[in-house]
Design a protein around this ligand. Structure first.
Ligand code: AVJ
Ligand code: FE
Length: 435
């Protein structure tokens, strides 16, 4: 059992580092140290930060070994320096950063061979290793968003996502009643997903699929960006201040819209799920459509609740790990898929594409669940609890399976849209609609 776990941890570490290498080896040194947007760190910061977190948790804490580079801890502490200031720091250069993460990884593999993966909560079931894999994968997704902001010829390649296999439209009724939200048993679940707790969710309708580019364009054509009554007060203020008139990265191309994705221009595809919208845009669209955004609990119930057993699944399709036919995850493709591309990933009630493709905005502020305990550090989740952050669910085409499950929680400011964010709508049943 322990040997299997060690092998799995080693495989996950290696697979993750290969992805980091793709994201950092496909650009030259100038692009690695440049800041492509004030919203993002230079790629070389993410690289060394990933190594520094691995050093802090696995080399020093789990392994009890001497520091590799204690002198650089402060440079890679995300709370010490905002992203916009990071290019001015005396960061490790590309070659130094690569050597550093390599040295740390060698020590970690040695520690993995020797450590007892039981007893101490930090190492039970390989948790600290799983946390570090997820941390690196999350930064890989952030680096992928930096690639999307980078100006220049394309450097990343991937096959296009699969075509639609089934027609998907309309809404699904999720019956009212209790369901189990969060988890106390998923070994590598992060602190904010815990503990499992029962939530009573009244009946609601949720769209069978996230909103597509075509649907979103109808909102634009209908003057959605010109009419304050569809927007919240804060949303309209932001729409005006930021001059929003379409999703990020869209540009007008004759009568229609085009999108430059990872350096490759293409017309906006109507059947693809819309991506790069902020919470305020999602909320305005939903209001215009006569609906609203789902709450976080509604989203998770739609994704996990199995009416046949009354139990919550790990994923919409069941408890088995995500396979390629379930969901558009892991940067296998460089865009969301068209609606209807993943019927095998549907929930028991028939809700599609909940996992992968696009992160979905919910209407819920980021808070700890009842009984929340920060573990192993306050700065992962607890430092962000509060009304400034909205929860996103489900993962995107740039999210790795290791950092995605039915309980996984992401959060961001409601104005952010450089992330791979989309949404789906929900609504209350009208009188007589829900039995
Ligand atoms: C969960 C994506 C909001 O990027 O700020 C990375 C993940 N935390 N390093 C972030 C994270 C610490 C986090 N998000
Ligand atoms: Fe980090």
């Amino acid at each position: 059992m322990t040997e299997l776990l060690r092998t799995r941890v080693a495989d996950e570490l290696e697979r993750t580092r290969a992805r980091t290498a793709v994201l950092t080896d496909t650009v030259d040194d100038t692009d690695l140290v440049r800041q492509h947007s004030p919203l993002m760190s230079p790629l070389v910061w993410d690289l060394a930060h990933v190594g520094n977190q691995e050093e802090l948790w696995l080399v020093r804490d789990v392994g009890g070994r001497d520091p590799v580079r204690q002198d650089i801890d402060h440079l890679y502490d995300a709370f010490r320096h905002p992203r916009a200031d990071r290019p001015q720091l005396p960061l490790l250069g590309p070659a130094e950063a690569r050597a550093y993460v390599g040295t740390v990884r060698e020590k970690v593999l040695d520690i993995l061979d020797r450590v007892r993966l039981e007893g101490r909560a930090l190492v039970a079931d390989g948790f600290a290793f799983g946390m570090i894999v997820q941390h690196e994968q999350q930064h890989d997704e952030t680096m992928l968003a930096t690639h999307q902001l980078r100006i220049g010829p394309p450097v990343l390649r991937a096959d296009p996502p699969p075509a639609a296999r089934v027609p998907v439209a309309g809404e699904v009724l999720i019956p009212g009643g209790p369901f189990t939200m969060g988890t106390s048993t998923e070994p590598w679940a992060l602190d904010n997903e815990r503990p499992a707790h029962v939530v009573h969710v009244p009946a609601f309708f949720i769209d069978a699929a996230p909103v597509t580019n075509g649907q979103y364009q109808e909102f634009i054509v209908a003057g959605g960006y010109d009419q304050p009554h569809w927007w919240s007060a804060a949303g309209w203020r932001h729409r005006m201040d930021a001059g929003l008139e379409a999703p990020m990265h869209w540009w007008r191309d004759g009568g229609g819209w085009a999108y430059t994705r990872f350096g490759q221009p293409a017309p906006v595809a109507p059947d693809e799920l819309v991506v790069h919208v902020c919470f305020y845009e999602a909320q305005a669209y939903a209001t215009w459509a006569g609906k609203r955004l789902p709450t976080e609990a509604e989203w998770e119930k739609a994704a996990r609740f199995d009416p046949a057993t009354g139990l919550s699944r790990r994923y919409p399709w069941g408890d088995g790990a995500p396979a390629a036919h379930h969901a558009n995850l892991g940067q296998r493709h460089l865009s969301p898929a068209p609606v209807g591309a993943y019927p095998d990933g549907a929930s028991p009630l028939g809700v599609q594409q909940l996992i992968g493709d696009v992160w979905e905005w919910t209407s819920t502020d980021f808070h700890g669940y009842p009984g929340f305990v920060a573990f192993p550090y306050r700065e992962y989740s607890q430092a962000f609890f509060g009304p400034e952050y909205k929860v996103l669910r489900g993962g995107s085409f740039g999210t790795d399976a290791a950092a995605c499950r039915g309980t996984f929680r992401n959060w961001d400011y409601p104005v952010r849209r450089q992330i791979f964010s989309g949404f789906r709508c929900a609504r209350d049943p009208h009188a007589g609609e829900a039995g």
